[in-house]
Design a protein around this ligand. Structure first.
Ligand SMILES: NC(=O)C1=CN([C@@H]2O[C@H](COP(=O)(O)OP(=O)(O)OC[C@H]3O[C@@H](n4cnc5c(N)ncnc54)[C@H](O)[C@@H]3O)[C@@H](O)[C@H]2O)C=CC1
Ligand SMILES: O=C(O)CCC(=O)C(=O)O
Length: 411
């Protein structure tokens, strides 16, 4: 099943549960607009390389469209479409006034220099600047992009549109960004993991955690959870997995990674495992925080975790989702679990529109409040309707978007 088909599958399960009218379904499920652009870039060695970039604008019934920009060699239209659709349901689940979009460039972000990355970003803006904007579509960081990419992005956009910091979020704090955006997705994953552990009757201090991916999301989730007294026993990145049953010192691992070009290769305080083996460890919580599609029908029978928290987008394929649900293993779905990032992006956008600087305490407090509200709503609905947490989250999201479309006379 392709990535967008998988999201459609989850959408339809929730739409059936909501008894959503048939004629409304394609309107809600399919993207409003899909953009594919060619990005010719002069590489450092003078070669002219032509890359392909995408922006899929999925739905704007509840506000300007919102979603990250991914630089990864596997980016394609189908994946971008699936991620854009997830953004529509995610912004609705946490009830922020945005729709959904996603973008990306098919390029290996680790194989390009900083200057090449800057040129790619500026060219991409040249191609899409008329279609984005603070009231239209607001990009943000995702895999392979960060605050620096966002700073180049806004700088290039401003050449067309004048001073407009709210055109992207996840900017450097020194450049109209908001304190706490960088940690927000991982922190949100941590907050929600602790809440879910409470609901399944497990104490953080007696819980072990395995996290796949030690980038922005994985490293901040690891930090939050180890500060909350959980034992993070396994972490990983592209170089492989690192397992220590006595617990990994996350601050030390983060320092090691920073000092080694953001790689854990050779990390000494743990035994090495593969990224596949990490997923199958006997832990309380498994947190995939890297790529999509890592838990499939092929490995699902070997998954031993008692709770899965989807920090990455779409890490569990529908066939595996079905097996895990039948086994009674709760999965905190991506559209709730990793919504901390877009929630703080909303604070950043609001801050930019108000020209009023928020402080870190306010950001953390409001993030906690908004995620907790969404969590309680989704968990209670799942219990009430005897559906999975994923179906409940989609139901909350779809219901809000459908109402907005009906009220505006769009449906
Ligand atoms: N950055 C954000 O605010 C948000 C990110 N996400 C999702 O979280 C996931 C991670 O994103 P970021 O942390 O921002 O990306 P990142 O680029 O900062 O880090 C990605 C991490 O995954 C590792 N990785 C890459 N390929 C891998 C592979 N094949 N096997 C194992 N590890 C691999 C990298 O080495 C790195 O540690 C993505 O699915 C993204 O869509 C979701 C919501 C917001
Ligand atoms: O912060 C944002 O606007 C985008 C976050 C994102 O791309 C995601 O939640 O997958």
């Amino acid at each position: 099943m392709e990535a967008f088909e998988a999201v459609q599958h989850y959408f339809n399960m929730a739409a059936d549960e909501l008894e959503l009218e048939d004629d409304l379904r394609p309107l809600l499920a399919l993207p409003e607009r899909e953009i594919t652009v060619q990005i010719p870039v002069q590489m450092d060695d003078d070669r002219l390389v032509s890359l392909i970039g995408y922006r899929v604008q999925h739905n704007r019934a509840r506000g300007p469209m919102k979603g990250g920009l991914r630089y990864h060699h596997e980016v394609d239209l189908d994946e971008t479409r699936s991620l854009a659709s997830l953004m529509t349901w995610k912004t609705a689940v946490v009830n922020i006034p945005f729709g959904g979009a996603k973008g990306g460039v098919a390029v290996d972000s680790r194989a390009i220099s900083k200057r090449e990355k800057e040129r790619i970003t500026r060219k991409f803006v040249d191609e899409v600047h008329e279609l984005i904007g603070p009231d239209k579509d607001i990009p943000a960081p995702d895999m392979g992009t960060d605050h620096e990419v966002m700073a180049w992005f806004v700088n290039q956009y401003n050449k067309y549109a004048g001073f407009n910091p709210a055109v992207v979020t996840g900017k450097p704090v020194e450049h109209y960004g908001i304190p706490g955006r960088e940690e927000a997705t991982g922190r949100g994953v941590g907050i929600l993991t602790i809440k879910a552990l409470g609901r399944i009757g497990r104490k953080p201090a007696k819980s072990t955690i395995a996290i796949q991916g030690f980038g922005n999301v994985g490293s901040h989730a690891a930090k939050f959870l180890s500060e909350a007294e959980c034992k993070v026993v396994a972490i990983s990145d592209l170089s492989g997995g690192y397992y220590n049953p006595n617990g990994i010192d996350i601050l030390q691992a983060a320092r090691y990674s920073r000092e080694h070009g953001f790689s854990l290769a050779g990390y000494p305080e743990a035994e090495t495992v593969t990224n596949h083996q990490l997923l199958e460890l006997d832990v309380t919580v498994l947190i995939p925080a890297a790529l999509g599609g890592v838990i499939t029908c092929e490995n699902v029978d070997r998954i031993k975790a008692k709770l899965i928290v989807e920090a990455a987008n779409s890490p569990v394929r529908p066939d595996a989702d079905k097996v895990l649900t039948e086994r009674g293993i709760p999965i905190l779905p991506d559209i709730l679990a990793n919504a901390g990032g877009v929630t703080v992006s909303y604070f950043e956008w609001a801050q930019n529109r108000q020209f009023y600087q928020w402080n870190l305490n306010r950001v953390r407090g409001e993030l906690d409040h908004m995620l907790s509200t969404a969590f309680e709503q989704v968990w209670d609905l799942a219990v009430e309707r005897h559906v999975s947490l994923r179906t409940a989250a989609f139901m909350v999201g779809i219901d809000r978007v459908a109402r907005a479309m009906r009220l505006a006379g769009q449906a």
